[in-house]
Design a protein around this ligand. Structure first.
Ligand code: S3P
Length: 428
């Protein structure tokens, strides 16, 4: 499906952003390993978390979904059942990597597969440390899916210094640590999203070597009631739209403001973005608040490198769009891992930014350009990547003419109803 977006005279209104994708995956995985029924409210009923639910169901976990409330019937750490069916993670890297951690410690073998994009993504980053814990995992020669996980219980606890920042790898190891004898210690040099440790109530500390998380093998997981916060990575598209479309004022309610996720707010404010946090509170161990954004005269440089890349990894495509509408330079470095997301996001952004009239310099680990040129609406390839489609959809609202987004339905991966949400803001 193609989607055509026309320039808008102003976006107005209040919008409820769907539940956080990272939190939704973890909530149902942890619910499945808990002893009893867990209730997850405001679960993100999008394609990616649904892949997680389907994998858990194939492993014998019962659940029911009513509107956006999921009740997961946890069977404890050792309650998953063998299936001879391959487990399909779809497009979801989080499903594949976190489930690999859980399956590594089972007493039975499993197979994990994914769609074409996921089957190209690097899995060595989880296979290598899990093998050190005693896991036996076969993959393609290039360390990609399908993964055949033999299952080995108990695993060995390890101390592991993360060679690259990745919340997915960290979480996979924490899950595997539940099936290890002793204490597994993970050391991060850049603190990545910490939803797994918050939900499991793990011990964390800041040591001279880095940020440390510890998990005890065999810990008992209690069932829980949890409310998923609105996803700040989804809210990012609406924040960007509110800033770059003139005459806009939008309120986004119940947005998760976990400090490992909310660095985008600092970046946007540093170039003059008018964003206010209203009614900040803590719900189920996660900070949240409402965000009010108004159109702004954006000026200044956006320079993303080092830790800043990991801290706003999913927001980089839309930050580049904001950069295109800002008087100043946009520079992205140290971001080679972006080439291994749902698409090669460096290539996807560079190609599409050029189509709208930006003179972009591409590098292996990023790209750079000057913003605020005369930009043109164009026909954009989404590369079947939800965040690329939404980023250029937002740009289309701020341009004259018609922007066409190819394969725009891919937004269903993380934000079903995104296009309808944009329409609602134009008419309220
Ligand atoms: C995620 C971690 C990030 C992020 C992804 C979700 C998670 O990936 O890009 O969208 O839920 O842990 P990496 O851990 O590979 O950086």
């Amino acid at each position: 499906m193609n989607r055509t977006i026309s320039g808008s005279n102003g976006l107005r209104g209040t919008i409820i952003v769907p539940g956080d994708k990272s939190v939704s995956h973890r909530a149902v995985m942890i619910g499945a390993l808990g002893e009893g029924v867990s209730e997850v409210r405001k679960f993100l009923t999008a394609a990616d978390p649904k892949s997680t639910l389907e994998c858990l169901s194939a492993l014998g976990i019962e659940y029911d979904v009513r509107d956006d409330v999921v009740r997961v019937h946890g069977r404890g750490l050792h309650g998953l059942r063998r299936t001879d069916r391959a487990l399909d993670a779809g497009n979801s890297g989080t499903t594949m990597r976190l489930m690999t951690g859980i399956l590594a410690g089972q007493t039975f073998p499993s197979i994990l597969t994914g769609d074409e994009s996921l089957s190209r993504r690097p899995m060595r980053r989880v296979i290598e440390p899990l093998s050190r814990m005693g896991a036996v995992i076969e993959s393609s020669e290039r360390f990609t899916a399908p993964l055949r996980i033999m299952g080995h219980f108990p695993l060995k606890a390890i101390e592991y210094e993360m060679p690259l920042p990745s919340a997915q790898v960290k979480s996979a190891l924490l899950f595997a640590g539940l099936y290890a004898e002793g204490t597994t210690r993970i050391i991060e040099h850049v603190a990545t999203r910490d939803h797994t440790e918050r939900m499991l109530g793990l011990k964390t500390s800041d040591a001279p070597v880095g940020h440390v998380v510890e998990v005890e093998g065999g810990m008992k997981i209690e069932p829980r009631q949890l409310v998923v916060p609105g996803d700040i990575s989804s809210a990012a598209f609406l924040l960007a739209a509110g800033l770059i479309v003139p005459n806009s004022e939008i309120t986004l309610t119940n947005i998760g403001l976990n400090p490992t996720r909310s660095k985008i707010l600092d970046v946007l404010r540093s170039i003059g973005g008018r964003i206010e946090i209203l009614d900040q509170r803590t719900v189920a161990g996660e900070p949240l608040g409402d965000l009010r954004v108004r159109s702004s005269d954006l000026e200044g440089s956006i320079d993303l490198s080092g830790a800043k890349v990991a801290e706003s990894i999913d927001e980089i495509p839309v930050l580049a769009i904001v950069g295109a509408f800002t008087k100043g330079t946009f520079t992205l470095r140290d971001a080679a891992d972006l080439r291994h997301k749902e698409s090669d996001r460096i290539r996807a952004m560079v190609d599409n930014l050029r189509k709208i009239g930006i003179d972009v310099e591409e590098r292996e680990d990023g790209f750079a350009f000057e913003g605020k040129k005369d930009l043109l609406a164009a026909e954009i390839d989404s590369f079947l990547d939800h965040r690329i489609a939404m980023s250029f959809g937002v740009a289309g609202l701020a341009l004259k003419g018609e922007m066409v987004i190819r394969n725009a339905e891919c937004v269903d991966i993380s934000y079903p109803g995104f296009w309808e949400g944009l329409e609602q803001l134009q008419h309220s």
